[in-house]
Design a protein around this ligand. Structure first.
Ligand code: LLP
Length: 451
């Protein structure tokens, strides 16, 4: 795959680091021309810890978790916020999510094992995902997870049998595909009809399956789940989904006599990747969802269930950045200028995969205006290996430290060791101090599983 052609008429935006607004972690500041996050000099940190390096602003991360908890607690007290661990996962973020009173969305055996390793309370864990194996289902039920979100009728039989074998009753939700088209990239749309996830509403299939779940032994249906997609800016999509789900719950009440206890509306709130992006705030998202729940429950005559939401990206994306060192540069007149960094599609596949768009600055020139248009390319054996396509950047020199913003979600968890590239370390910064919470992968790690 090669890169799309550069627009040679594009002008650099002349912004300095602090002009980048919503993409910056909350504690970002510039001192003596250097970018600081959490009171820590990113240039010094890069020199000490090496690059590529993922850095997280812990105050920012905790603050967003608090905003979610507090907004929902105030606007819809019977609610819980689940951290969608697929967005960014290591032991420390799980400990923090637990301390901040979050529930947890895990989507399989490995994520569950990590939650168990840090002692995350299992009754606050929701197990999601399609096609979970017999082993994964057994591990989850044995561990005593709060809910398994059933994805198919085939799985219902398995969960019912395993719970019976273990002598327990497993609480379950059913994942419904509500047929709401969210305005986002095709690959991360999930709520529309043509989806591998969940029970379809087409032909009223999901509705019929409710009877099967209610009749199955060893499972207790506590409600429904949906997830309409990710990186969604238009709040009305969430509102529409609430309406579809509440109407469904009303029909279930009428036909089966079940008043649901839980309605899980999934994740998906969008974030700013570009300085001019204007996503809705966490507060606005909470207002929209809480109001829709109250209105539609009243309209359809359903007792207000517990409201669950499962944010991932909007908790971690803007708290995280990636630091790189510029190793090579190459200017092709009338084509583009390449600035080569010591990472790329191995630590951030999103640009190649979804045409994602990131803002970058040179951390040691953070007070300077961005005067050039460059392509930040990685070090991998593919032409399409780029982190930023035709983005504004300060005048680059070899050895400069580049900081790419908004990389806290779906970069580390989707990272690979392509070309034998060890995955970067993860550092949390706070109050002028840093701690390495995941060490850099080593060459030995790369070979550790080979026999
Ligand atoms: N709940 C469920 C059932 C999900 O599948 C997801 C994300 C979430 C919650 C969290 O959604 P968020 O709040 O983060 O939007 N790799 C893609 C994103 C895939 C999202 C997968 N599911 C990306 O890099 O954009």
């Amino acid at each position: 795959m090669s890169l799309p052609k550069s627009d040679l008429t594009k002008k650099a935006d002349q912004r300095t680091a602090m002009d980048l607004g919503p993409v910056l972690p909350k504690t970002a500041e510039v001192r003596d021309g250097h970018l600081f996050i959490g009171g820590v000099d990113m240039v010094k940190l890069a020199h000490e810890q090496g690059t590529a390096l993922y850095v997280f602003d812990e105050a920012d991360l905790r603050d967003r978790m608090e905003q979610y908890r507090e907004s929902f607690a105030e606007l819809y007290p019977n609610s819980d916020v689940l951290y969608a661990s697929k967005a960014f996962l290591n032991k420390e973020v799980l400990r923090i999510a637990n301390e901040e009173g979050m529930c947890l969305d895990v989507s399989g055996g490995g994520e569950l094992a990590m939650a168990r390793a840090v002692g995350f309370p299992m009754e606050r864990v929701f197990v999601h995902g399609n096609n979970k194996t017999e082993r994964e289902l057994r591990e989850a039920i044995e561990a005593g997870v709060g809910r398994r979100v059933l994805d198919t009728r085939i799985e219902l039989g398995r969960v019912s049998r395993i719970a019976g074998e273990l002598g327990v009753t497993q609480k379950v939700l059913m994942r419904i595909t509500p047929g709401v088209e969210a305005d986002t990239h095709e690959y991360i749309k999930t709520g529309c009809e043509d989806s591998k996830f969940g029970f379809t509403m087409l032909g009223d299939f999901a509705f019929g399956c409710v009877g099967d779940v209610l009749a199955a032994p060893n499972v207790e249906l506590t409600g429904f789940h949906c997830h309409i997609g990710s990186q969604i800016f238009a709040l009305h999509s969430f509102r529409e989904a609430v309406q579809v789900m509440v109407e469904f719950a009303a029909r279930v009440k009428e036909r089966y006599g079940l008043e649901i206890a839980d309605l899980d509306m999934g994740g998906g709130l969008g974030i700013a990747y570009a300085a001019d992006d204007a996503p809705s705030s966490i507060r606005e998202f909470a207002e929209c969802t809480a109001a829709a729940m109250k209105e539609y429950c009243a309209e359809y005559g359903v007792a207000e269930p517990r409201l669950l939401v499962e944010p991932g990206r909007s908790l971690v994306a803007n708290a995280g950045v990636t630091l790189y060192t510029i190793g090579v540069m190459k200017t092709l007149p009338n084509i583009r200028k390449y600035v080569g960094v010591d990472g790329g599609m191995s630590d951030n596949i999103r640009t190649a995969l979804y045409d994602a768009n990131y803002e970058a600055v040179i951390a040691n020139k953070a007070a300077d205006p961005r005067t050039e248009i460059v392509t930040l390319c990685g070090k991998h054996c593919e032409s399409g290996d780029a982190v930023v396509l035709d983005g504004s950047l300060q005048h680059p020199d070899l050895g400069d430290i580049v900081c790419v913003f908004g990389t806290g979600a779906y970069c580390y968890t989707m990272a690979s060791t392509y070309n034998g590239q060890p995955r970067p370390a993860i550092v949390f910064v706070r109050n002028g101090a840093f701690r390495v919470v995941t060490r850099r992968e080593t060459y030995e790690d790369l070979m550790a599983r080979d026999i």
